[in-house]
Design a protein around this ligand. Structure first.
Ligand code: NAP
Ligand code: ZN
Ligand code: ZN
Length: 334
């Protein structure tokens, strides 16, 4: 069997270097995918830096994968050899717990992440459970579809579960996740506000679907939005003005955390009690919502704005994202 050629970090915060490994035998439920594109999600940087203390090395990042099925196990019936598919954060789950059986495999305690304890998509090929490979609708170009597999799924889930067309949604952090959230929220018919620390993103944020733009860096920026939002999606991983954001919610409003903030979130209880407001997390999306999201994106012309780089330049792509310069997702092409 040919080894898989990948790019791996051998220690926390190390540069990626060439790395080859022999894949596990193809199980009955597995597929082998020849990778054409892989997006760089900020979670890849968190993993490379071991921010979550779950990383193991060598670490091959990459969980926004698009490619072609090269081989399929005997029990794979949902996809065929030659078909174009995508793989996101999860590459497998138990398939038998309450969460898996209700289409919420993203909440499975046995969920297997594509690049935690396994080698991810910065590679020429990958083997995963075929139930976690999703057909890519014909209307989506591979480079623009790859970021939907993690970033798109992650923002689609709370919008689909918690938003309605009459609502006002705020999206804070207009990066890989945020620019997709603006597009999905607009297509759902909501009133959409982008909240960003980068005033130069205003024009593009509006082009992605924002009706309004709030530059969060200016003093008292959030004051103008007091009592405005039914739902705020935060994609930022740094500390924010949590009290200001809670005050920006309407009664019964929700602040949904998507960005992996490492510091405790402190809000006086009365700010939540009065107005029955809540803060909650949301993690990627279950398989049914990922399938639905891809179909919805295709129908509504939703796609990631990408900067494509050769996979051999993965280190440069990671540095570009780390510097906050990605507009709006770096995608590596093999
Ligand atoms: P990204 O492309 O780097 O975007 C993050 C955005 O946050 C930036 O574009 C910037 O937007 C804002 N930002 C960055 N640093 C900031 C700072 N110091 N202060 C204020 N704002 C700052 O990252 P991403 O790929 O969208 O991922 C965002 C977060 O979501 C990461 O923590 C990632 O791990 C997490 N994530 C979570 C899930 C989940 O299932 N919950 C899934 C995928 C990713 P502005 O310039 O507009 O301020
Ligand atoms: Zn991700
Ligand atoms: Zn399960």
């Amino acid at each position: 069997m040919n080894p898989i050629h990948a790019h791996a970090a051998t220690a926390a915060r190390a540069e990626l270097t060439a790395f080859s490994y022999q894949p596990e035998p193809l199980g009955p439920d597995d597929v082998e995918i020849t990778i054409s594109h892989c997006g760089i999600c900020h979670s890849d940087l968190h993993l490379l830096d071991n921010d979550w203390q779950i990383s193991s090395y060598p670490l091959v990042p990459g969980h926004e994968i698009v490619g072609q099925v090269a081989a399929a196990g005997t029990a794979v019936h949902n996809i065929e050899v030659g078909q174009r598919v995508g793989v996101g954060w999860l590459r497998g789950s138990c398939q038998s717990c309450d969460e898996c059986l209700t289409g919420q495999d993203n909440l499975c305690a046995q969920g297997q992440a594509t690049c935690v304890g396994h080698y991810g998509g910065f590679a020429d090929r990958i083997r995963v459970d075929g139930r976690f490979a999703f057909a890519i609708p014909a209307g989506l170009a591979s480079e623009n579809a790859a970021p939907l597999l993690c970033g798109g799924a992650t923002v689609y889930s709370p919008i689909r579960r918690l938003a309605a067309p009459h609502m006002r949604i705020g999206v804070i952090g207009i990066g890989g996740l945020g620019h997709l959230a603006l597009q999905f929220a607009r297509a759902f018919g909501c009133h959409v506000t982008a909240l960003s620390s980068s005033p130069d993103k205003e024009g593009e944020a509006r082009s992605f679907g924002a009706h309004e733009f709030i530059a969060t860096g200016s003093p008292n920026a959030l004051k103008q939005a007091t009592g405005r939002f039914d739902l705020i999606l935060s994609t930022v991983f740094a500390e924010l003005d949590w009290t200001g954001l809670i005050q920006a919610l309407r009664p019964n409003g929700r602040l949904v955390l998507l960005g992996a903030v490492g510091t405790p979130i402190s809000v006086p209880a009365m700010y939540l009690i009065l107005g029955q407001k809540s803060i909650q997390g949301s993690v990627i999306a279950g398989r049914p919502l990922i399938r639905e999201m891809l179909e919805f994106a295709s129908r509504h012309g939703i796609a990631a704005r990408t900067e494509v780089m050769p996979m051999a330049q993965a280190n440069a792509g990671l540095a570009h994202l780390r510097a906050g310069r990605a507009r709006y997702r770096v995608v590596l092409a093999t």
